[in-house]
Write a protein that binds this ligand. Sequence first.
Ligand SMILES: C[C@H](O)[C@H](O)[C@H]1CNC2=NC(N)=NC(=O)C2=N1
Length: 110
Amino acid sequence: MTSLADQHCAPCNADTPVLDEDATRTHLAALSDRWEIDDTGRLVARIKFKNYYRIQAFVNAVAYIAHRESHHPEITFGYNTCRIELITHAIEGLSENDFISAAKIDALLD
Ligand SMILES: C[C@H](O)[C@H](O)[C@H]1CNC2=NC(N)=NC(=O)C2=N1
């Protein structure tokens, strides 16, 4: 099967399928350990950096991926950490797009 990082996000709307528990577990296992599903059902990573410049470069790269894929995470960052939250707003749940985006973000950091 093509890896998540090599796939592309599909346009999403209210008909986009919400991932079931099995698919969610399988996709989560394919990501790095930095990702978890929080108690609101979002796919979340908190990443520590050596300095602010590195965070800014990372945030710019994530924004570029979001623009290219037309799938948009919430990004917050501060002194030395960045938090990424992924959810598919159109369905208020997790879709393939969230895991494809997370895998592409992982690839920036490997
Ligand atoms: C048509 C396009 O795929 C949608 O409008 C996208 C844009 N980016 C999005 N990003 C996120 N995180 N959730 C969405 O539901 C969403 N919808």
